[in-house]
Design a protein around this ligand. Structure first.
Ligand SMILES: [Zn+2]
Length: 216
């Protein structure tokens, strides 16, 4: 078929051809766009972490500014006796699980800090001011290492304000180490929509060619 054949293309064919091209293009671009989005997210994370890091990274061995501060551990606290009630303590732990809005304490969240001791899964509930949530770049769970925080505050073996649970009311929170997010591992699920679109576009192209040939 010569150039004359092309000019005889009916609008329906032109639309179908355009649709094929558009779907193919979307399919090819989708994974790339997702990859960019991911990178964008991680690089903005990185920059916000850098903003937090220099001024807030602490030396855990620095002299406590409060002489009654007990530099202790989560493992010690979960085994503590009543003599610890109301003590001003300092612990370091990994943020795990999720943060929860503290309904009885406006402007605060509950987080769970887990012991850093190997083989220990001791954890404690910590009430923190919302302004510290920005330090938390990852919550520890399967495939993900949570942010490590140092918390100073009042320890309650049985908290009078919170139904007798064991908790720490944080007065200050410092970032010790950023978490490691799971998105750094390859996730095939991210690419499935793109793969499906590409396959669909290829199928449409074949269909178009088949019907077009048949019509000739
Ligand atoms: Zn409490």
């Amino acid at each position: 078929m010569g150039p004359a054949g092309n000019t005889k293309l009916r609008p329906a064919w032109a639309v179908l051809r355009f649709a094929c091209a558009a779907v193919l293009l979307c399919g090819l671009l989708a994974p790339a766009k997702m990859a960019w989005a991911d990178e964008g997210a991680s690089s903005s994370d990185a920059s916000s972490q850098q903003e937090v890091d220099p001024s807030n990274r602490i030396n855990p061995r620095q002299t406590p500014d409060n002489s009654f501060l007990y530099d202790t551990s989560i493992d010690e606290l979960v085994q503590a006796d009543s003599s610890y009630q109301g003590n001003y303590v300092q612990v370091v732990g990994e943020v795990v699980g999720d943060s929860l809005v503290a309904e009885e304490d406006p402007g605060c969240h509950w987080i769970t800090l887990e012991s850093l001791e190997t083989g220990s899964s001791s954890s404690i509930s910590v009430l923190i001011d919302d302004k510290y949530l920005g330090y938390i770049d990852a919550y520890g769970r399967y495939n993900q290492v949570g942010t490590k925080l140092q918390v100073r505050g009042t320890f309650y073996l049985t908290c009078p304000s919170h139904e007798g649970i064991m908790d720490i009311h944080a007065e200050s929170v410092q970032l010790v180490e950023n978490g490691i997010k799971e998105h750094e591992q390859f996730d095939i699920a991210t690419f499935i929509p793109g793969i499906v679109l590409v396959a669909f576009g290829i199928a449409l192209t074949f269909l178009y060619n088949y019907l077009h040939e048949k019509e000739r």
